[in-house]
Design a protein around this ligand. Structure first.
Ligand code: AGP
Length: 605
């Protein structure tokens, strides 16, 4: 995680560094800092906490200079205080770093033996001191290359030098890094989003690349230290929509945007005239496909889990799912007729990107379902299916999850059709249902007032439990994850049928239990599991597409979502569980867009 920015210009850069850091705060918000070069001096300022704090420091004591680097931190080595904040500077060099240096302890010992003194507890400071040492005998580019050879782990770096006033060096291994081009100004950034307000012309560094930026040119080198050229991408305009408008926070904006997210995504993939799905060029011939393997982390993994039910229901293809951080270390059996699908909002999640690399190294065909189409995962996949949700800024994933589910459902439907695993009338019916899905999502948002009242039930709760079966089981997991990350309340998600195998022991008088039960083939079974909870004093909050009258009087609250095709129910049931987590967090006065200890883009292992 962590966010890096660098600007080389012909005018002062500190204000633009601050503005870019604000955009990068989704990557980490434990501390912030910047270093500019002015009159042969490195001018470093840093603080614990948010970019706002750094801005206040600069307001009192401005940093001049036409060249500088900035950083927002998500702490890995060392507590989030001012000393551990980046940049880490010596007399002659200043470094910002995203990633982890795995051999930092060993490097630190060697440097200490040579007399180096460390100020911080970070792994980053070894980079500063190694480059400082190298600069005694080499130019900046050679010094950085020599330093990179000694580092193990994954990283992106931004480096400035006291004696080389006009350059910033960037380097990448594992963690993402982009550069941006403008007139009399060039940029370095952890992602293109941070650079968008300044330019729409972007290049991306690949693993092992190094770049040297000055205000009027950027040179690139590969890991063999040879000069290379880079493709320049033009960013699309729609990706610039990243304002929260009248909403209190990005998360509420993103929840309420979901009818539009769904509409955009469906319009991209459904050809209304032909009543067909616009997905072509499968990297593995659908008729010959042996297995689909779906891989992701966190919320993205939950969409993989839902998709498993859809692929199994609609097609005859075998389906496997895996959490990326587990997949990447397992002893895997590859088959060239398998399709490996990677699901990621950011397209930068380190574990998912590493899992993709493993598949590529084994010559497997890969597909990514991403929101950020210029991301590492998208660029490295054979086939990309974007979700077209627009930038998602809130750390808690909402509209991207919805988009992932829609694309996965559409993909399963298209595969079923090509393979003739589904009859045409059923296929047409599903397409019709998809077209009314945005209106149904709109109706789900109308449950907000009721959900708000329901949220009060969590204020004195020790914990909570989310239960569902079948397609509602992943939604139970997602409900628990959303509540944990936003309100810091302990929550468990379980398949309702598993309760009696252990978790039932947690039920006590008044424990909030959210039962997610659409009227599908599991409905009656879920109601029985609910009775077992009621019998032990659990307080039931019921979410269904079924009429309230039929439900038990012991239910404290019930929320009804519209009834559409059963296969689409997880998409609709997701909305109230997002609203629930949101309102519990509001009542507990939590930071909605930046929950504690988390970051939006998880670019470390
Ligand atoms: C969701 O609310 C989380 N913040 C998190 O689980 C997220 O989904 C996960 O880190 C994966 O991110 P990605 O979709 O960008 O790969």
């Amino acid at each position: 995680m962590c966010g890096i920015i660098g600007i080389a210009s012909n005018k002062p850069v500190s204000i633009n560094i601050i503005n870019s850091l604000k955009k990068l705060e989704y990557r980490g918000y434990d501390s912030a800092g910047l270093a500019t070069l002015n009159q042969n001096e490195i001018n470093e300022k840093k603080c614990s906490g948010r970019v706002e704090e750094l801005e206040k420091i600069l307001f009192k004591n401005p940093s001049d200079g036409n060249l500088g680097i900035g950083h927002v931190r998500w702490a890995t080595h060392g507590i989030p205080n001012q000393i551990n904040a980046h940049p880490h500077s010596s007399e002659i060099v200043s470094v910002v770093h995203n990633g982890i240096i795995e051999n930092s302890d060993e490097l630190k010992k060697n440097l200490e033996l040579k007399g180096s003194k460390f100020k911080s507890q970070t792994d980053t400071e070894v980079i500063t001191l190694l480059i400082t040492d190298e600069l005694k005998k080499n130019n900046p580019v050679k010094s950085v290359f020599n330093t990179l050879k000694q580092l193990k782990g994954s990283f992106a770096l931004g480096i400035i030098f006291k004696s080389y006033q006009n350059i910033i060096i960037g380097a990448r291994r594992g963690s993402p890094l982009a550069v941006g081009y403008s007139k009399d100004e060039n940029y370095l950034g952890s992602d293109s989003y941070a650079l968008k307000s300044m330019t729409n012309k972007i290049s991306y560094l690949d693993d092992g690349d190094l770049c040297v930026l000055s205000k009027d040119k950027i040179d690139f080198y590969n890991n063999e230290e040879k000069k290379i050229n880079k493709k320049v991408y033009t960013l699309s305009d729609d990706e610039n929509i990243s304002d929260k408008g009248d909403y209190k926070n990005f998360m509420s904006k993103e929840i309420f945007e979901q009818p539009i997210t769904a509409k955009n995504c469906i319009n991209e993939y459904i050809d209304s005239l032909k009543k067909d799905i616009n997905i072509y060029n499968f990297p593995v011939k659908p008729e010959d496909m042996n297995k689909i393997v779906l891989i992701g982390c966190g919320t993205a993994f939950h969409s993989c889990l839902i998709a498993k039910y859809w692929f199994e229901e609609l097609t005859n293809i075998e389906v496997e799912i895996d959490i990326a951080s587990e997949f990447r270390y397992r002893k895997l059996k590859f088959n060239s007729k398998n399709l490996y699908i990677f699901v990621s909002q950011s397209g930068e999640t380190a574990d998912t990107a590493a899992a993709l690399d493993i598949c590529k190294k084994n010559n497997m065909k890969t597909c990514s379902i991403v929101n950020a189409v210029e991301s590492t995962i998208a660029r490295n996949s054979d086939w990309v299916l974007p979700i077209h949700a627009g930038p998602e800024i809130g750390v808690a994933s909402t509209k991207a999850f919805l988009g992932q589910m829609i694309v996965l459902f559409i993909l399963s439907l298209k595969l079923a059709k090509i393979r003739k695993d589904i009859d045409l009338p059923s296929y047409d019916k599903h397409i019709k249902n998809l077209k009314v899905l945005p209106i149904a999502i709109e109706k789900c948002l109308k449950t907000e007032n009721k959900v708000q009242s329901m949220a009060k039930e969590f204020l004195d709760a020790k914990g909570s439990m989310f239960l569902g079966r079948g397609l509602s089981y992943p939604i139970a997991l997602e409900g628990a994850l959303k509540l944990k990350e936003l309100s810091y309340l302990h929550a468990e998600g379980y398949p309702a049928g598993e309760m009696k195998h252990g978790p039932l022991a947690l039920i006590e008088e008044g424990l909030p239990v959210i039962v997610i039960a659409p009227k599908d083939k599991y409905f009656e079974k879920t109601l029985s599991n609910m009775q077992e909870v009621i019998a032990r004093g659990g307080k039931i909050l019921f979410i269904s597409d079924h009429k309230k009258e039929l439900i038990d009087e012991n239910i404290r609250f019930s929320i009804k979502v519209p009834s559409l095709d059963k296969l689409l129910s997880p998409i609709l049931l997701t909305v109230p569980i997002q609203l629930l987590a949101y309102h519990v967090a509001i009542l507990k006065n939590c930071d909605i867009d930046k929950p504690r200890n988390l970051a939006k883009s998880v670019t470390v292992e």
